[in-house]
Design a protein around this ligand. Structure first.
Ligand code: NDP
Length: 448
């Protein structure tokens, strides 16, 4: 707690007291509060209005039972969550995560981060997050459908185009959004595309939404490299995970001239020194829904390292794109020692506080998730714009908009870090820039 300004320290202790056991939420809050000392000194009204204490308390938290029947006819029970964190800048917006590790602390950390990320996009969206401890792995399509229908049977009453607009996250992709949209439509008797984003292209989805988080994170890293008069050209890169974010990060890295040599899943790492064959990864993961270990069945020269640590492979650019706390202090030190000059977080909070410290002290280009992976939610907001105008934009037009948004986020974080005396510190830049906009809106809206 040494880094938290004295004026704020008591607020963090109150967060610990009020939210026992929610370690990921504590971590996310502390990381933001550590940046806010100079902001409250400059804007005392934020202290008077207790803006920080209010931001740390979600506006609404919904927890519900999700009963469903598996293929054997056995009843299963999961827990569903939706945490509506902040509507200061627009309707609550943020994804749904289906993963067995989900509990309130994970959803609150994600929802809290989401508020600042959404603020950084410059688009009119508040912050929220939801999900369930349901594990889609190994489930049949019918089981996933029955689960999604049961989940939406409760969730539908809390969401809406002007209220709360969920999207995907870990374990929730186009298939799950489809089943949830179908159930929403059936219950409400309304064809309301603006209620969910990440929809299929023939029923209200936006081009580029699938690619957006990965492409956006790579655009952000490209900007950090440009700021250092460098580029992706010829750089060896690592991308952890092999899901939605990882796949389109690899694609954009390759388009920008980098060479991605490794990706992973929770079982192991694929290392292909010739550069990953992305068509094969898409076939394995998106079409056949199998494990990446199958990669070496086709490419015999590549290696599959069961239980391996991807961060031990030497690289110049690392883009963690799997899950929270996947890079610890030791991994960060290994990356820096091996010559890594840039880290862009596609995942949310993938680096532990010890790891962040290593990156900041080494003064490498380090883009935290709330800035670097904001392209996903930004393109969701573009999907909402298209839905509201009953329009659909071309791939090129939408991708250009995404790129401009990422350039803008980079510039704002970069300039804010400079303004607050910490040049090159994108953590500070992102936290302050995201916070000030929400705080000003909250002051304007009065005590609510
Ligand atoms: P997917 O479900 O498509 O893929 C997740 C990938 O990460 C899989 O390869 C999975 O491996 C791996 N993974 C998940 N949990 C763990 C774990 N505990 N340990 C090791 N590996 C794990 O999810 P996304 O690609 O959508 O999301 C990845 C990250 O990006 C998350 O942090 C998410 O919050 C963040 N994000 C996603 C956005 C989006 O638009 N989808 C937007 C912004 C951020 P396995 O199959 O073995 O579980």
């Amino acid at each position: 707690m040494a880094h938290v300004d004295q004026k704020i320290e008591g607020m963090y202790e109150e967060v610990l007291r009020r939210n026992p056991g929610e370690t990921e939420f504590h971590q996310a809050v502390l990381e933001v509060l550590e940046s806010l000392g100079p902001v409250v000194t400059k804007h005392p009204k934020f202290l008077e209005r207790k803006i920080i204490q209010r931001i740390c308390e979600p506006e609404r938290q919904i927890i519900f039972r999700v009963p469903w029947m598996d293929d054997k006819g056995e009843v299963q029970i999961n827990r569903g969550f939706r945490v509506e964190f902040s509507s200061a800048l627009g309707p609550y917006k943020g994804g749904l995560r289906f993963h067995p590790s989900v509990y309130l602390g994970i959803i609150k950390f994600l929802g809290f981060e989401q508020c600042f990320k959404n603020s950084l996009t410059g688009l009119p969206i508040g912050g929220g997050k939801g999900g369930s401890d349901f594990d889609p792995k190994g489930k049949s399509d019918d089981e996933v459908m029955r689960f999604c229908q049961s989940f939406m049977t409760e969730l539908y009453r809390h969401i809406g185009e002007h209220t709360d607009v969920p999207a995907g996250d870990i374990g929730v992709g186009g298939r799950e959004i489809g089943y949830m949209f179908g159930q929403y439509k059936r219950i409400t008797n309304r064809y309301e595309p603006g209620v969910l984003t990440g929809k299929g292209l023939t029923w209200g989805g936006s081009l580029v939404r699938t690619e957006a988080t990965g492409y956006g994170a790579t655009f952000f890293v490209n900007e950090m490299l440009k700021a250092r008069k460098d580029s992706f050209d010829g750089k060896t890169c690592l991308v952890s995970g092999s899901g939605n974010v990882a796949i389109y990060t690899i694609e954009k890295i390759h388009q920008l001239g980098g060479k991605c040599v490794a990706c992973s899943d929770s079982n192991g790492v694929i290392y292909d020194e010739k550069g990953l064959d992305l068509d094969l990864i898409k076939q394995i993961k998106e079409v056949e829904r199998r494990r990446i270990s199958d990669y070496v069945k086709i490419h015999k020269h590549a290696k599959y390292i069961a239980g391996g640590n991807i961060w031990e492979i030497p690289c110049q650019v690392a883009m963690p794109s799997a899950t929270q706390n996947e890079i610890n202090g030791k991994d960060a030190a290994t990356l820096v020692k091996n010559g890594c000059i840039a880290v862009g977080e596609g995942a949310n909070m993938p680096t532990t506080p010890e790891g962040v410290k290593v990156f900041l002290e080494a003064k490498i280009a380090y883009g935290p998730g709330k800035a670097a992976n904001a392209g996903g939610v930004a393109t969701s907001a573009l999907e909402m714009q298209q839905n509201a105008g009953r329009d659909s934009w071309t791939f090129e037009y939408t991708e250009k908009k995404l790129e401009d948004i990422m350039i803008n986020i980079h510039q704002n974080c970069f300039e804010t870090a400079d303004e607050y005396g910490a040049p090159g510190n994108y953590v500070l830049g992102a936290n302050i820039c995201g916070f000030i906009k929400i705080a000003n809106a909250m002051v304007a809206h009065g005590l609510i």
